[in-house]
Design a binder for this molecule. Structure first.
Ligand code: UD1
Length: 367
């Protein structure tokens, strides 16, 4: 018996989460794995480069849906993915992460009665103003298999009444990607390209709507990174959302000219910079996890995190968006007074293997 599985990806972090599973499925001839790219992220350096570097099978479908309001994005994906489902009639639909593509694909599958596996289930920021939190809550409610990265997710799902027989603590699949690419990450010459000195620079990334869509907040953020750059060389790859906002609020010129600005970086280049940085400043979710694994101090400029294990066990500091506090933490790190961190449980490069075992068991029982 062969099983047809469709994985739906759309945005940068999804690609990193699906690559290890795609590789794992290739080892098992009974699995036919199709990838559907919604098109949510479409620039070469936000999408194609990730597929190439991570060795992901080319998408069987690209829905070409991007931009627009969240409602439009979700609605368009919902309609387009329904057609893919009707044509392919898969045994299972896999959705990773918490982006709009995740929710839209899960909803289309659920309406047609296809079983859904959610990778990275159960994470909660408890902040419903975050679009991702709504995507997480709703996707988990309609999923049939829920794979979780850390134990806090088990508690969250239990409190929301999700039957524990559907939930599996399988570890962090992003770390599978990192471990698989470690040699290339170490070999890249990215430091030379930006004339950076190993261990003597910081890297910062921001793209959360709560930080960049509000002019006053973004202005404070620029002040903060300017302050950081007076203490240590700083490189700032700009997400398209952030670049757009900096330009429309006319804040580009206020960025200290010692700061190295770059386009979004490829997976290997970015991870290589993280690995060699003195510290990382971010509002991303995945970067809190990658820095914890690499034991690089991370300052998260958000009021909450859905990934508490990175703070409790890893190297992450939840600084809030009071930038004075964030600056104090940066100073502590530069004075070497920071926590050293441990690698969280089951972040060991074997998550895809464990997820495959559960999926295989589930599909064989239903066959
Ligand atoms: C999305 C996810 C967020 C994730 C982030 C990773 C949602 C709700 N948000 O946010 O959880 O952390 O991706 O990067 O799904 N754009 C480009 N080129 C691209 C991609 C986007 O120019 O390749 C533009 C879009 O047209 C849009 C803006 O950037 O104007 C934002 O893109 P969008 O996908 O809506 O959300 P992100 O902010 O990227």
């Amino acid at each position: 018996m062969t099983f047809k599985i469709i994985s739906v990806v759309g945005a940068r972090p999804n690609f990193v989460k699906i690559a290890p599973l795609d590789r794992e499925f290739k080892k098992h001839p009974e699995i036919q794995h199709l990838i559907c790219h919604t098109g949510q992220h479409y620039d070469k350096n936000m999408s194609d480069d990730f597929f190439k570097q991570l060795g992901i099978t080319q998408p069987a479908y690209n829905l070409g849906i991007s931009g627009g309001s969240h409602a439009t994005q979700v609605a368009d994906i919902l309609k387009a993915f329904e057609q893919v489902l009707l044509k392919e009639n898969p045994h299972l639909v896999i959705v990773p992460g918490d982006v709009n593509s995740t929710l839209a694909a899960a909803l289309a599958a659920s309406k047609l009665g296809y079983p859904i596996a959610h990778i990275e289930a159960g994470l909660r920021s408890f902040d419903r103003t975050m679009p991702e939190e709504i995507n997480r809550l709703l996707t988990d409610q309609i999923s049939d298999l829920l794979f979780v990265t850390e134990k806090s997710a088990l508690t969250n799902l239990e409190k929301e009444g999700i039957d524990s027989s559907k939930v599996f603590f399988t570890g962090n699949i992003m770390i599978d990607s990192l471990i698989h690419q470690k040699e290339q990450i170490q070999a890249t010459e990215i430091l030379k390209q930006y004339q950076l000195e190993n261990g003597n620079f910081a890297i910062a990334t921001f793209h959360r709507p709560s930080n960049v869509d509000d002019e006053k907040k973004l202005n404070q953020l620029v002040n903060f990174i300017n302050e950081v750059s007076s203490r240590i060389q700083l490189i700032l790859p700009l997400h398209p959302r952030t670049r757009n906002r900096l330009e429309s609020f006319e804040l580009m010129a206020r960025i200290n000219n010692q700061i190295i600005l770059s386009e979004p970086l490829s997976y290997i280049s970015f991870l290589s910079l993280i690995e060699k940085a003195r510290l990382v400043i971010t509002d991303s979710g995945g970067i809190q996890e990658e820095t914890s694994f690499l034991k690089i101090p991370c300052v998260t400029v958000r009021d909450n995190t859905e990934r508490p294990v990175t703070v409790e066990v890893g190297t992450n500091y939840l600084a809030g968006t009071d930038f004075n506090n964030a600056l104090n933490i940066v100073n502590q790190i530069l004075n070497n007074q920071h926590k050293k961190g441990q690698i969280p449980e089951l972040w060991d490069g074997k998550t895809a293997e464990r997820i495959y075992q559960h999926i295989s068991h589930y599909l064989n029982l239903r066959a």
